[in-house]
Design a binder for this molecule. Structure first.
Ligand SMILES: [Zn+2]
Length: 341
């Protein structure tokens, strides 16, 4: 099986040779090619292409994943602070009122310099790998972006005091994400994904999630599905209180944090949604070593009832400081123990 065939078979509950493994390795890429993870990097299609291909070669997992979130923030008019060597951060609020939301105009989003650089990267990587590996374009969900527009505290207050503002801003964000989806699929993306920790139970109640976040996460995923791409949703943080709701997005893959047991998720969603996760980014990957990671993956895979419908993946985005050999150990162990199933 090619890597891409393996991923598609797993998502469709067909037979696989190995369980696919997604490495979340992009943050380590710039250092590997002597670059910093900064604004210039996200504007440089050649650097992003080289970095992603170098990391894919080093880790040998089953996906190449590009990060659309910085470009989308810029296209939304978010006021961003770029650290010297890290992902962009919230600087100040660009949205406080309904009028501010109405003023967000993304009709020229395809001319945005960050969007153009990532589209070019998508085309370049597709040309390099063809149909052998799944090409994922990952972004935030609506609440993560809303917190980058309003600020986190104002967004949390608005979920109680100004729900109309939350509805309007999330609707607008979902519209932009759907607007960008088809151009990325045309450029070569196979899998469109979102992660949304700000609407997880670590930030809001399951009731507010169902009322204010779920409709727009669903709108995003359903818009993605119209392109024909596969879809993945990462609820990102303490997901058990919303585990009865996350499937309503319709995402092909539900990718959970390490706080959800992968074997339990597989039993709940079998033949409805594939599930991903199972590896603790901190205790297993950051603090561990190749031997302890091997043992950890052995235990995680040992608990799985089925070999398909599942992807092994770190429970969240990774710090660029995680040693590459730990990611290599995760991939090797996944292949070793899933071959025995
Ligand atoms: Zn996460």
């Amino acid at each position: 099986m090619t890597s891409k065939e393996r991923v598609y078979a797993a998502i469709h509950f067909k037979k696989v040779d190995y369980i696919p493994v997604f490495g979340n390795k992009s943050p380590m890429g710039p250092a590997l090619i002597g670059r910093k993870l900064d604004q210039n990097y996200f504007l440089d299609a050649d650097a992003m292409t080289d970095s992603e291909l170098a990391m894919f070669e080093a880790v040998d997992d089953d996906v190449i994943c590009l990060n659309l979130a910085p470009a989308t923030q810029d296209a939304l008019g978010a006021h961003i602070h770029w650290p010297e060597n890290d992902h962009p951060q919230f600087e100040s609020a660009s949205v406080a009122t309904l009028e501010d939301v109405e003023k967000i105009d993304f009709s020229d989003a395809l001319d945005n310099e960050f969007v153009r650089a990532l589209l070019e990267t998508t085309r370049k990587i597709k040309k390099a790998v063809g149909e052998t590996v799944t090409l994922e374009v990952n972004s935030y969900g609506v609440f993560n972006f809303a917190s980058r527009l309003l600020g986190f505290d104002p967004l949390m207050l608005a979920t109680v005091r100004n729900k109309e503002l939350v509805h309007k801003v999330c609707d607008k964000i979902a519209d932009l994400q759907v607007y960008l989806a088809q151009p990325f699929v045309d450029a070569g993306a196979d899998l469109l994904s979102i992660g949304d920790g700000t609407s997880s139970p670590s930030c809001i109640s399951s009731k507010i999630y169902g009322e204010l976040a779920l409709p727009y996460l669903t709108k995003t995923i359903q818009g993605f599905k119209k392109t024909g791409a596969m879809t993945l949703y990462h609820p990102c943080g303490g997901e058990y209180p919303i585990i009865d709701q996350v499937g309503k997005t319709g995402a092909d893959v539900l990718y959970f944090s390490e706080l959800v047991d992968l074997d339990v998720a597989q039993k709940i969603f079998i033949r409805r949604h594939a599930v991903a996760g199972g590896v603790d980014p901190t205790n297993t990957l950051f603090l561990g070593n190749p031997e302890s990671i091997d043992e950890n993956i052995k235990q995680t895979i040992g608990k799985l009832k089925h070999k398909t419908g599942v992807i092994i993946q770190p429970g969240c985005g990774l710090s660029p400081n995680i040693p590459i050999e730990n990611l290599q150990a995760m991939v090797k162990a996944t292949r070793k123990y899933s071959a025995l199933m």
